[in-house]
Design a protein around this ligand. Structure first.
Ligand code: GRF
Length: 222
């Protein structure tokens, strides 16, 4: 008997191109998961429209309706729990999440961040890579822990910074790689090949990774 498909919930604050890439991979038969819920802190997020178009249930939670970050986050996770999700993907969810509230999800929640972590946690990553004169830039998918953009890195995509790159051009070029990276990681999760190795490691097929997996020609390599 085949095991049931992984049930995935997604949180997003913006246009949702990473969510779209996940849905496209599923539709192409390359990602055997079910999307059970898409949530946002922004009622106008493009990600919500994309989810609705794909027939995925959605919700919005407005932070202004809550007395504190922790109260907001506990309600957020209550809804995610109620959806029956096995796995939570943060795809451009632009909020810091309370460490207590996220605890039950550690090991079951990943985030995509547009830098080669541990470089450039937080915002304006493309600008910071350019200002530092870096030769390369990239994106990381990591397990989410209480430390902002600080959980164990699962996989990365790298691109060369080109002469004449500005923030926008660099972000756009990287985005195409993010759209391969996130589905590729989720494919490993769906195949039950990945695990967080406490306190700060990642295991692939039961073996600790010495370094994050790298995206090459659309495939993750060790
Ligand atoms: C991506 O660059 C992602 O890495 C970052 O936020 C952006 C979200 O873009 N966390 P989109 O909403 O998926 O298009």
């Amino acid at each position: 008997m085949s095991s049931p498909r992984l049930r995935v919930a997604v949180l997003a604050s913006g246009r949702g191109s990473n969510l779209q890439a996940l849905i496209a991979a599923r539709d192409a038969g390359q990602l055997p998961v079910d999307f059970v819920l898409v949530g946002s802190d922004k009622a106008g997020a493009g990600a919500l429209d994309l989810a609705r178009d794909a027939g995925i249930p959605t919700f919005t939670l407005n932070p202004k309706d809550f007395p504190s970050r922790q109260a907001y986050d506990f309600e957020l996770f209550r809804r995610l729990d109620a959806s029956g999700a096995d796995m939570l993907v943060l795809a451009g969810f632009m909020r810091i999440i309370d460490g207590e509230a996220l605890k039950p999800w550690v090991g079951r929640m990943v985030n995509i961040h547009p830098s080669l972590l541990p470089k450039y946690r937080g915002l304006h990553t493309h600008r910071r890579a350019l200002e530092a004169g870096d030769a390369e830039h990239g994106a990381s998918v990591h397990y989410v822990t209480a430390e902002l953009d600080g959980g164990p890195v699962i996989a990365q995509a790298r691109i060369a910074i080109q002469p004449g790159d500005d923030e926008h051009a660099l972000a756009q070029r990287l985005l195409a790689h993010e759209h391969q990276l996130l589905p590729a990681v989720l494919r490993l999760v769906a195949a039950q090949r990945l695990a967080l190795l406490p306190p700060d490691g990642v295991a692939l097929d039961g073996r600790a990774l010495a370094a994050p997996l790298q995206l090459r020609n659309g495939e993750l390599v060790d």
